[in-house]
Design a protein around this ligand. Structure first.
Ligand code: GAF
Length: 393
């Protein structure tokens, strides 16, 4: 078993202690990482390509079966508890239990026999920063139930169950990227995932000279906010317009720039802009993977900037804080690329920076951000790690 870093070891220790105290028994302990995405934003629910990776920030979940039908959950981070019965699963007014209960609900809908459980969970994935802490909670719950009750689900099924929990129980119509990355992550590898066929390839990302640094705007996005679901509907509307002439097209993955020019642009310019971005972004993932194979990080970085432009102007999911951070780092030739990451409307930018300049650039960006935006940003260096797993029996 790989060793875990000290910060994580302390979180695991605290969660285990809480578990022992609250339930007077020993748990199994699982972990699921958060994720970054290098390129391919909002393409997953359009059956497109994405290029995410799991990062060294985790949700830790301690769990043991109960003899009755009850689910007892304690959130270490909120210091709050929740109790529900398996025979009556409903949304909670606190939201945080929904990510766990939604997964259990899915398992029951698939006719899987499970008993009640005791759970303590917590972690160090910053919430609302676009690093998919909610997907990590879902994935660790799904993995833990699979393991505890020998349910026999494959990893892909577990990722899909986690996504279904988010879609149906939490109510966010997200694609599969976050849950896939959290489940399938691999050390020092990006995951090139085809969201149409679920085929995936690990793409090496072992740059000796550059690192990935996240700048957190500290603006909290709400994924459940209508804007995310609205973008998805706009893409579906674009497909609907194309299908009147090309019934074989079932998603923007199969659409072309010519098609949207002919059939979408004359009807609705906003829908056209959304579709144009998605078609270009899917191509950008292919091109970016070729850059990586050629170790052409300069070109790769350019594409990150292009993605940001598209998310800002065509897809309109950025915000002034994200735009400020991306614009500001353009002052430094040592920043190869930067862009907003994830659903948008806040959260982090992802930056590819030359190692020797990281401290200098991070510090001056933080100062400039505070001066311009009147708030502080946070800085997270990230490493790429393995996905969801059993940490300790
Ligand atoms: C969020 C969603 F959960 C993902 O499915 C994906 O659409 C992403 O936003 C945008 O690329 O993280």
């Amino acid at each position: 078993m790989k060793t875990i870093m000290p910060e994580l070891a302390k979180i695991v220790h605290d969660i285990e202690q809480t578990f022992n105290k609250r339930y007077n028994s020993d748990p199994l302990i699982f972990c699921s990482p958060g994720r970054i995405n290098l390129i391919g934003e909002h393409t997953d629910y359009n059956n497109g390509l994405v290029l995410p990776a799991a990062i060294d920030k985790y949700i830790i979940l301690a769990i043991a079966a109960r003899e009755d039908n009850e689910v007892h959950i304690f959130s270490q981070d909120y210091q709050d508890s929740y109790i529900a019965s398996l025979s009556h699963i409903e949304n909670s007014d606190k939201l945080w239990p929904d990510y766990i209960m939604g997964v259990i609900d899915q398992m029951q809908k698939l006719d899987k026999k499970v008993s009640g459980v005791n759970i303590v969970f917590g972690g160090n994935i910053p919430q609302g920063a676009g690093l998919s802490s909610s997907a990590a909670v879902e994935c660790t719950t799904a993995y833990a139930f699979n393991n505890l009750f020998n349910l026999g689900f494959s990893s892909l099924e577990l990722a899909k169950i986690s996504q279904a929990a988010e879609n149906e129980f939490v109510g966010v119509k997200c694609g599969l990227m976050d849950q896939f990355a959290s489940t399938f992550g691999k050390e020092n590898k990006l995951i090139k995932l085809d969201c149409e066929t679920y085929e995936y390839k690990y793409v090496p990302f072992d740059t000796n000279d550059y690192s990935l640094i996240l700048f957190d705007t500290q603006v909290k996005h709400s994924l459940a906010s209508s804007a995310y679901n609205e973008r998805r509907q706009q893409c579906e509307y674009g497909v609907e317009l194309i299908r009147k002439h090309h019934p074989e097209v079932t998603s923007l993955r199969q659409a072309t720039l010519e098609m949207i020019d002919k059939f979408v642009k004359p009807v609705d310019k906003i829908t056209y802009n959304r579709c144009e971005f998605i078609i270009q972004e899917i191509k950008r993932v292919e091109d970016a993977c070729s850059d990586l194979l050629e170790a052409n990080y300069t070109q790769f970085g350019h594409r990150m900037f292009q993605t940001h432009e598209g998310l800002k102007n065509q897809y309109e999911v950025s915000c002034e804080e994200l735009d400020f951070l991306v614009e500001f780092v353009k002052n430094y030739p040592e920043v190869l690329g930067a862009r907003m990451m994830g659903g948008g409307f806040g959260g982090c930018t992802i930056n590819l920076i030359e190692n020797s300049a990281i401290d200098r650039i991070s510090n001056s960006t933080a100062l400039a951000y505070e001066k311009a935006m009147g708030k502080q940003m946070k800085i997270y260096p990230v490493s790429i790690v393995d996905g969801t797993r059993l940490l300790r029996k």
